[in-house]
Design a protein around this ligand. Structure first.
Ligand code: HAM
Length: 425
């Protein structure tokens, strides 16, 4: 019986791992250079943790189950609730501000489609304990620091920025009752993902007042703060957006960023600046998104502490990088492959390999004393940088070392070879 992989999951063969490692190494490198520390949590949590404030959409996409003790658990669809729980647990002892990053494996029971799977990796950057919009600018900068690093330019991607505070103020101005806000956010977030007639139908169901619905539609289509001011009057949230844009310009990434009031975010916990990163051609789903979530830690039973951050998944990003010819790999390498000219040197092969390994050099050998040419082929298949060939000269305590990249080879005395290696370690 052949068992296929589950729909929406991926097998990572070594060449796929080489791509995944390149991507994730880049995320980690950029996180560290921006002053973030790595954390992680468990792959499953209590189901109720994801039901508190993530919003209906993510709750519907949960892989949940009961453990043998009858407890309701769920595989994490995002790591932000875990972050909130972990920070709350040690809030008094953690030095502030908290600048943490993580690269969790997440699961969402979505309908698999281009860029959306049921299992994926997500780079998370979060700053906790800073209510200044400078922190929002820094998280956006971090995302762009990475995206720029891998070669994406303002012609390839755009960060669309808006504010939940602004949206809430405009909706209040329009007359939308406060209790309808959460469900309305979730619907407005889907505006560009649903066929227009479906969106219209759902909007009319939620807001039977057609004048209100019309004003919301008009707001989402506006492009500048002054247009919003003209229609809805001066809003407090404007200042924050202007300051954010100013910081992003000063950080040198302003040309990637654009104010766009149609950005809402699907998750319910956002309270301030929100943003989403898209390919410029708008052909793919969002590369990533985030924003300010000042109430989440308190809602999780902790203190009142502000927070802001983002998540970028590996799926859309890989598709875009591949399309642009920017996707790279970090293949695993062997330092040495130890070969021999015939069977009589097999013991020596094992002895030399073990000495290399005990000196922390990645090394392999052939299980069978096949022809030397075949062993050299194995060496290059395994990406060996150098090959040690053991032959007659070993009887005089000599090794033949072949550089697989430069093609050069030299004979060296065994003890001298290991002494040189030790000095490298
Ligand atoms: P999110 O918008 O749900 O935000 O996800 C962020 C990114 O994760 C998406 O833009 C996408 O790249 C990726 N993603 C989401 N679902 C899938 C999927 N099914 N398959 C592949 N990729 C996916 C959050 O998760 C927030 N917790 C981010 C955050 C951190 N906000 C503040 N801090």
């Amino acid at each position: 019986m052949k068992i296929p992989p589950v729909k929406g999951t991926r097998d990572f063969y070594p060449p796929d791992m080489a791509v995944r490692n390149w991507l994730i190494d880049g995320w980690k490198k950029v996180s560290v250079r921006n002053g973030f520390e790595e954390y992680d949590g468990p792959i499953f949590e209590y189901l109720k943790m994801f039901q508190i404030k993530s919003g209906d959409e993510i709750v519907e996409q949960l892989f949940s189950f009961k453990d043998r003790g009858g407890r309701d658990l769920a595989i994490r669809p995002e790591i932000t609730p875990t972050l909130a729980r972990m920070v709350n647990q040690q809030i008094n002892s953690l030095p502030k501000p908290i600048k943490w990053f993580s690269v969790p494996r997440l699961c969402r029971a979505e309908r698999p489609q281009k860029g959306r799977l049921r299992e994926f990796f997500q780079w998370n950057i979060d700053i906790i304990g800073v209510d200044d919009v400078l922190a929002d600018a820094e998280v956006i900068f971090c995302a762009l620091d990475y995206l720029r690093d891998v070669g994406l330019t303002p012609d390839d991607i755009v960060v669309k920025i808006s504010s939940r505070k602004l949206l809430a103020a405009v909706l209040k101005e329009i007359g939308v009752p406060k209790e309808s806000l959460d469900s309305l956010y979730a619907l407005l977030d889907k505006k560009n993902k649903l066929p227009p007639e479906t969106f219209e139908k759902m909007l009319n169901e939620q807001l039977p007042d057609s004048e209100m619905a019309g004003k919301i539609r008009a707001f989402m289509g506006l492009e500048t703060i002054s247009q919003i001011e003209e229609m809805f009057g001066r809003q407090e949230a404007f200042d924050e957006i202007v300051t954010l844009m100013d910081w992003l310009n000063r950080m040198g990434v302003g040309d990637y960023c654009k104010f766009d009031p149609s950005v809402v975010r699907g998750l319910a916990y956002y309270t301030g600046i929100v943003f989403e990163i898209y390919d410029k051609a708008s052909e793919l789903r969002a590369i990533g998104g985030g924003g300010r979530f000042d109430d989440l830690l308190k809602q999780f039973g902790g203190t009142d502490i502000p927070a802001t951050g983002f998540g970028i998944g590996d799926c859309v990003l890989s598709i875009l990088l591949e399309e642009k010819g920017l996707l790279k790999t970090r293949p695993q390498q062997l330092d040495y492959f130890v070969a021999c000219v015939d069977e009589s040197f097999r013991d020596a092969v094992i002895e030399v390999t073990m000495r290399l390994r005990s000196n922390c050099f990645a090394s392999n050998f052939s299980y069978k004393a096949v022809k030397l040419s075949k062993q050299l082929k194995q060496a290059s298949d395994q990406n060996a940088q150098k090959c040690i060939i053991i032959g007659e000269e070993f009887k005089d305590n000599q090794l033949l070392v072949k550089d697989m990249v430069a093609g050069e080879q030299k004979t060296i005395e065994v003890d001298k070879f290991f002494a040189e290696l030790k000095s490298l370690v």
